[in-house]
Write a protein that binds this ligand. Sequence first.
Ligand SMILES: C[S@@+](CC[C@H](N)C(=O)[O-])C[C@H]1O[C@@H](n2cnc3c(N)ncnc32)[C@H](O)[C@@H]1O
Length: 284
Amino acid sequence: MTLGQSIAETRKRLEPHYSDGEARALVREILFRLKGWTPVDIAVKADEPVSGFIQSKISEAVDRLLRDEPVQYIFRRATFYGLDFTVTPDVLIPRPETAELVDIIVGDHSGQSDLRVADLCTGSGCIACALARNLPFAEVTAIDISEPAIAVARENASQLKVDVDVRRDDVLALTPPEAPLYDIIVSNPPYITQSEKTSVDANVLLYEPHSALFVPDTDPLLFYEAIGLYAVKALAPRHSLYLEINPLHAEALRDMLARQGWHDIDLRRDTSGKLRFAIATRTS
Ligand SMILES: C[S@@+](CC[C@H](N)C(=O)[O-])C[C@H]1O[C@@H](n2cnc3c(N)ncnc32)[C@H](O)[C@@H]1O
């Protein structure tokens, strides 16, 4: 079978389950992860034969995709902010909207160096590593409660050759320091309420770690409250806290941050138009 025939067959298998665009993207991802082939390589090799081994690997990946397994877990790789990360089912797959948050932070701090950064609830370490790569001489600390997630974040820091201090701690129980420790605090904590579970896609519900995703209906701002109280002391005056947020609770979050003493609270939309980020400044 030629590569062109194999691609056509693979798309046919995927199409009942995925849209045409998704099936095309998945085929490209499978071939990139298995063989390192880019779309140009694929076009050039269309008439070349595909080995039985590669054909069986493609078929195995398709079987898993048809069971809703995310392609990132199948190959244990995810691209985020132009960097290649290891991901396992112990960590959330980095999302494009989170990369938008990294971009806001990098833009706000261009030309600055030696910044002290904390990424709370780091998961794969995607935010921490992307910031360490893009903020010159930044000193980055990354915290998560999950031991397996910490192992993945450390592996990513090591593979990407960035200096990130990954530590285990409970963000809900951090003691605010006497003196400021950081110039930037960022967090994408769990923020989906249990009652929103019905609107969450099967691939997320079945495969991603629920401890990374969900908070109780009774306390949707659980993490933000703890992070805000910690950061209002741990952040240097006139510096900002950057949060990825649940659009459904954006206004309540703004009120809570104001009550905690934060200033210039800015709710921003992601590229899909949802209120997805909150940026708040410590004045004194
Ligand atoms: C939404 S994920 C975000 C992961 C990563 N920052 C990202 O943007 O892809 C939330 C992370 O919070 C961690 N987490 C949950 N409860 C925590 C706690 N009490 N203290 C610290 N981390 C916690 C989870 O293990 C998970 O890695």
